[in-house]
Design a protein around this ligand. Structure first.
Ligand code: AMP
Length: 206
């Protein structure tokens, strides 16, 4: 099953994608995680991407499309995958349609005021991509892999607002794009993590 997780930053795409991937035994492909790894390793793509990410802007379509095309061609994607954070623009969705058949698009719907609160307290593990909220974490160490947790530069308040604006302008049109293709499954992302997880599985199996 080839699935896209769509939703604003902080909607819980990463958290849910990680759990659903484990359940369905398919890989999670997060363009944000791939780009952050490239930045850490200072590859040419990482150096270019950093300029955009730090400002809360989108990395150019050609760059992310090439990354995803290469990744989906790998063996572990043969039985399906979850795309987390891609596509984020209509041109990305159009490009994806040329090299992938998408079975379902899960839209996580969360109001903006919840998102600001979630993003500003978010801590991430750069090693495995797990995310936590400061209010529910006593230490600063990843439960999965024991690496240190950090606050992403783009989760700082000034950048969060531009990311939300970018989402509404550039990514939200994808809701209609996939609705027109009859693959959209809208989920209320302000529920508990467990309730959202159960609804996603039901919508994918139903
Ligand atoms: P994320 O971890 O999904 O929130 O992504 C972090 C940042 O990486 C975004 O704010 C963008 O700057 C960049 N990024 C990730 N995925 C994409 C994409 N599909 N298109 C453009 N930029 C992206």
């Amino acid at each position: 099953m080839n699935v896209i997780f769509l939703g604003p930053p902080g909607a819980g795409k990463g958290t849910q994608a990680q759990q659903v991937c484990k359940e369905l035994n398919i890989p999670q492909i997060s363009t944000g995680d791939i780009l952050r790894r490239a930045i850490k390793e200072q590859t040419p793509t990482g150096i270019e991407a950093k300029r955009y990410i730090d400002q809360g802007q989108l990395v150019p379509d050609e760059v992310v499309i090439a990354i995803v095309k290469e990744r989906l061609a790998m063996d572990d994607c043969k039985n399906g995958y979850i795309l987390d954070g891609f596509p984020r623009t209509v041109p990305q969705a159009e490009a994806l349609a040329q090299f992938a058949d998408i079975d379902a698009v899960v839209e996580l719907d969360v109001p903006d005021d919840h998102l600001v609160q979630r993003l500003s307290g978010r801590r991430v593990c750069l090693n495995c991509g797990a995310t936590y909220h400061v209010s529910r974490k006593q230490d600063n160490v990843c439960d999965n892999c024991s690496h240190e947790l950090i606050q992403r530069d783009d989760d700082k308040p000034e950048t969060v607002l531009s990311r939300l604006e970018v989402y509404h302008k550039q990514t939200a049109p994808l809701v209609e794009f996939y609705q027109n293709r009859n693959v959209l499954k809208k989920i209320d992302g302000s529920q508990s993590v467990d309730a959202i997880f159960a609804q996603i599985l039901e919508s994918l199996r139903g």
